[in-house]
Design a protein around this ligand. Structure first.
Ligand SMILES: [Zn+2]
Length: 271
């Protein structure tokens, strides 16, 4: 972000960014989620964190300034000493200084983020906490470059639905009844993901299967990959015996990560 350049070079510049933070909290974030301000306000501090810590990397420009200035000062400490005439400039010393200082600095930042995400998540209800803890590993789609070739472009509806599900919110315009079993008493996200008669269980499986097939086709060749294993893959010789054809197959099991019977110890591995 361009304002971070100002934060890195001007000490205590956060007080000049109140208007920017106001616009992020009251206009940008609600538009991003597609909901009202009062829903997103309690997610603002969580959104400040990096994606790998369940956030959206939308840093607060009024409070982030000290960290930006400190990291920039540490990174450029050899250059600053040179400009002040204390030492002779040396490219090697400059690199050594950067490689010594920054790992320690970033490890402290990571530790601070872990503490912050825990304190923020603890403020939500128990059911929501379960989803938010998983959000540390369910945000890679937020960081990938949109590409038609790689199939990583989401529509605005897809983006907002994924965002709402990541933060345990109900997507907008959810149907009132299930088109699979016709249940209209309690149709929610959980029912949509669990219903054996609805199409989402099969759709999730097929989408993942097709993605895996596409990746394997790049490694081998498209003609060597099949969606389903052949019932009798071994061709029969003229004398009636079967030839040996090496093959491999995989099977995938898809579950709703928020279903009641899923053990919480598996949550860390779900993405
Ligand atoms: Zn149903």
């Amino acid at each position: 972000m361009e304002w971070q350049y100002v934060h890195r070079t001007v000490s205590d510049a956060g007080k000049f960014f109140d208007g920017v933070e106001e616009a992020i909290a009251s206009e940008f974030l609600p538009s991003l989620f597609g909901v009202e301000v009062d829903i997103t306000c309690k997610y603002r501090k969580l959104a400040e964190l990096p994606v790998r810590h369940a956030g959206l990397s939308l840093s607060n420009p009024t409070t982030n300034t000290k960290e930006c200035y400190k990291s920039s000062t540490l990174y450029c400490s050899h250059l600053l000493s040179t400009l002040r005439g204390r030492v002779q400039y040396s490219p090697v010393d400059n690199l050594d200084c950067q490689s010594e200082v920054m790992p320690e600095y970033w490890s402290r930042i990571e530790a601070a983020h872990k503490v912050k995400v825990k304190s923020e998540v603890d403020q939500f209800p128990q059911d929501t906490q379960r989803t938010l803890k998983r959000a540390k590993t369910t945000g890679r789609w937020l960081s990938v470059m949109p590409s038609h070739v790689e199939g990583t472009i989401l529509s605005s509806t897809e983006f907002r639905d994924a965002l709402m599900l990541r933060y345990a919110r109900v997507p907008s315009n959810l149907p009132t009844s299930c088109d699979g079993c016709g249940d209209s008493k309690k149709f929610d996200v959980k029912h949509a993901l669990d219903c054996k008669k609805g199409g989402l269980v099969t759709a999730r499986h097929d989408e993942s299967r097709d993605g895996l097939r596409d990746l394997l086709a790049h490694v081998f060749s498209p003609s060597r990959i099949r969606c389903e294993p052949m019932i009798n893959p071994a061709p029969i010789r003229a004398n009636g015996t079967k030839t040996h054809v090496p093959s491999a197959s995989s099977s995938s099991d898809f579950r709703n990560a928020d279903c009641d019977d899923l053990d919480s110890r598996f949550l860390g591995g779900i993405d």
